[in-house]
Design a protein around this ligand. Structure first.
Ligand code: GTP
Length: 371
């Protein structure tokens, strides 16, 4: 069965309507029993019916249609308090009624409006009492019959029980709502973390070459600008190696493009395995790679390049059963020796690489300072 849609009537209006309907019916009986002992005529009965049987429904209709239902309900509670005062005085201040009606009025208004509500309840009930004295003169009949007294005490019990039930119901709902809120907060947090992971993954992918997994040229440009700025600031050297596989076209032509891809992957893995933590290895072009070496002096970079050259020349690339002898031609450039910008350094390394190729390949070359 589908759950009933939540009511659109404010919960204070609903709760007071339920409490009034039940308690006022009992109050009608309790005050009616007093009236039987003190016949005050038809107008008193009419007033009793109006306030305690018809009143709760009229008050509810008015409050639920009001643009400000809580404010309307507050006025309803003041009307209740004035009415209680009038009835207490008119009936001659019978003991039980004199106790429970002001208590009920104060309890309700205090629950909704705090200390201010308590003051308002006292004033409204007192004003009602004065009005009752004006209407009826001051009568003093504190004694009442057993039925009237018993009914009055029953009303107080029922009223307190109804209010306690509402408080319990609201605290249970609050607890459930808090748990739901916590669960959705957790779900949101997880979603956020997943999004952050995805974002980091995507960002990493955007910086990677899909074939070799090395950084791509775009990433290199960004990184090199940063690394250079840092080198200038810290007055440190920065070197770069531009490596190009020799006669790579022959691999493709002889063994096919797929084997060529495997060779590129294998040389990329070797390069990546031989760098320091802060170095950046990237695939610069087809069979061209670039290694950025922050803090490395030119002589050390040259040494590193020679090591790369020797290592590849001595250890052929293994692709399945194939052992392919490959060699590097490497151009070396350094900051500040060959310039202060990424563009100048790459151009110097490129010229050196061209020289290495021109001189017969499988070698390292570098340009003179600021050539
Ligand atoms: N398999 C494969 N080949 C590529 C890739 N990118 C570029 N190439 C090939 O790399 C080869 C580069 O050839 P060239 O520029 O003539 O250079 P090379 O044969 O290495 O000769 P030198 O550099 O002069 O020693 C071309 O055949 C390209 O098709 C790639 O991602 N995979």
């Amino acid at each position: 069965m589908a759950a009933a849609p939540p009511s659109t009537v404010h919960w204070i209006v609903r709760m007071n309507h339920r409490n009034r309907t039940v308690c006022f019916a009992l109050l009608f009986a309790a005050l009616g029993a007093h009236l039987l002992e003190r016949p005050l005529g038809a107008p008193a009965w009419a007033a009793l019916v109006l306030q305690f049987l018809i009143g709760p429904q009229l008050q509810y209709l008015w409050a639920r249609r009001s643009a400000r239902p809580v404010q309307a309900e507050f006025i309803n509670m003041l009307i209740d308090s004035v009415g209680f005062g009038v009835w207490t005085a008119v009936l001659g201040f019978p003991l039980a009624v004199t106790l429970i009606l002001p208590i009920g009025a104060s309890f309700n208004l205090t629950a909704f409006r705090g200390l201010r509500g308590l003051g308002e309840a006292v004033v409204a009930t007192g004003a009602g009492g004065l009005l009752g004295v004006v209407l009826q003169d001051l009568v003093w009949l504190p004694q009442a019959g057993v039925v009237a007294t018993g009914l009055a005490v029953l009303v107080l019990h029922v009223f307190v029980a109804l209010v306690a039930l509402s408080a319990h119901d609201r605290s249970v709902r609050l607890h459930v709502a808090r748990q739901q809120l916590r669960a959705s907060e957790q779900a949101l947090q997880q979603q956020l973390e997943q999004n952050q992971r995805l974002h980091a993954q995507l960002e990493d992918q955007a910086h990677r070459d899909p074939l070799t997994g090395l950084f791509n040229r775009r990433y290199l440009v960004e990184t090199m600008e940063r690394a250079l700025a840092q080198s200038v600031q810290q007055r440190q050297a920065l070197s770069l190696l531009l490596l190009d596989l020799d006669h790579f076209k022959q691999v493709n032509d002889t063994w096919g493009h797929q084997i060529g891809d495997e060779v590129l992957r294998a040389v990329a893995a070797r390069l990546a395995a031989h760098v320091r933590a802060g170095d950046t290895v990237c695939r610069y072009g087809g069979e061209e790679f670039l290694v950025l070496l922050p803090g490395m002096l030119h002589a050390q970079a040259e040494e590193r390049a020679r090591h790369c050259c020797a290592e590849l020349a001595q250890q052929p690339i293994q692709v399945g059963d194939l052992r392919l002898a490959m060699t590097w031609s490497i151009g070396v450039a350094s900051h500040p020796l060959h310039g202060g910008s990424a563009q100048a350094l790459i151009a110097a390394a490129d010229r050196a690489l061209y020289q290495a190729k021109h001189q017969g390949r499988n070698r390292v070359a570098m340009m003179p300072a600021h050539a």
